[in-house]
Ligand binder design. Structure first.
Ligand SMILES: C[S@@+](CC[C@H](N)C(=O)[O-])C[C@H]1O[C@@H](n2cnc3c(N)ncnc32)[C@H](O)[C@@H]1O
Length: 279
């Protein structure tokens, strides 16, 4: 089979699950990851005949994609803010939206020293990226899943930074000194929103990373507000990634905590995705 014939087969195999644009990006990934081909080499050699070994490898990769497995889990890594992070099915795949949260925090805070905690840290992408950019900051990252902590520790080593990891449940842990900044991208999709989600998220990403009960969708935010009463310094900041659907409810909830101000920000898709509170 030539590589161009493979391209046609690949597209028809995956169009039920992915948009045309996604199929074309996945094709580039298969070329690069499995064959070490770049797209230019493909355009220059469309009639290249795949060897038996190459065909076996790309068919295996394609079979996994056909099942809906995200390519990041198949290759075992992803990029976040241009840094590489290991991922497996114990961590949520870092999202491009979350890069906007990190950018906001970095643009807002140039202080040479700060103590920061990232609550619900998953793969460690937020805490690690901030530490790479703010070497003198003391950064803590709390996460309930032991397996996620293990991946995050590997990601710290890979990116040559030290993070203080805490393997604990946010609902029962407050064993720290006061911090300057609290960051969190906690689970925030309501169970009833499941029906709008793609199979590759529903079947492969850890459910506990994503969903919250319909009758208490702000459960994590409320807990973090409570935590901030005693653990956030006066004048300190909270940065959240949020579900745009619950923006107004979250602002109402925050009124009970008497923050001095809040500010909303949109993500690259123009949706209200981030909010900052000042104590
Ligand atoms: C939406 S994911 C975000 C992960 C990472 N911060 C990111 O932005 O990619 C939420 C994370 O919260 C963790 N989590 C869920 N319940 C928790 C709890 N009770 N205490 C601490 N972490 C929890 C999940 O394991 C998951 O890693």
């Amino acid at each position: 089979m030539t590589i161009s014939e493979f391209n046609s087969k690949f597209s028809s195999d995956l169009t039920d699950l992915y948009s045309l644009q996604e199929v074309s990006s996945l094709f580039k990934i298969v070329l690069e990851e499995v064959l070490s081909f770049n797209i230019t080499k493909f355009y220059l050699n469309p009639d290249y005949t795949l060897t038996k070994i190459e065909l076996k490898k790309i068919n295996k990769f394609t079979d996994e994609l056909k099942k809906g497995r995200p390519y990041q889990y198949i290759v075992g890594e992803t990029k976040f803010c241009n840094y590489k992070f290991y991922v497996n099915d114990s961590v949520m795949i870092p999202r491009v939206e979350t890069e906007g949260l990190v950018d906001w925090i970095l643009n807002d805070n140039n202080n040479s020293k700060a103590t920061v905690i990232d609550l619900c840290s998953g793969s460690g992408c937020i805490a690690i990226t901030i530490k790479i950019k703010r070497k003198k900051w003391d950064i803590f990252a709390l996460e309930k899943s032991k397996k996620a902590i293990n991946i995050a520790k590997r990601n710290s080593s890979r990116n040559l930074v030290n993070i203080n990891y805490v393997n604990a449940d946010i609902f029962s842990w407050d064993n720290c000194d006061e911090v300057d900044i609290i960051i969190s991208n906690p689970p925030y999709i309501a169970e009833s929103q499941k029906k709008f989600m793609k199979i590759n998220v529903l079947k492969f990403e850890p459910e506990k990373s994503i969903f919250v009960p319909d009758d208490n969708p702000l459960i994590f935010y409320k807990r973090i507000f409570d935590f901030s009463k005693s653990k956030l310094k006066a004048g300190g900041l909270i940065y959240f990634e949020i579900n745009p659907k619950f923006k107004n409810q979250l602002i109402s909830l925050s009124n009970e905590y008497h923050f001095s101000s809040y500010e909303l920000k949109k993500d690259i898709f123009k949706r209200n995705r981030y909010i900052k509170f000042q104590k």
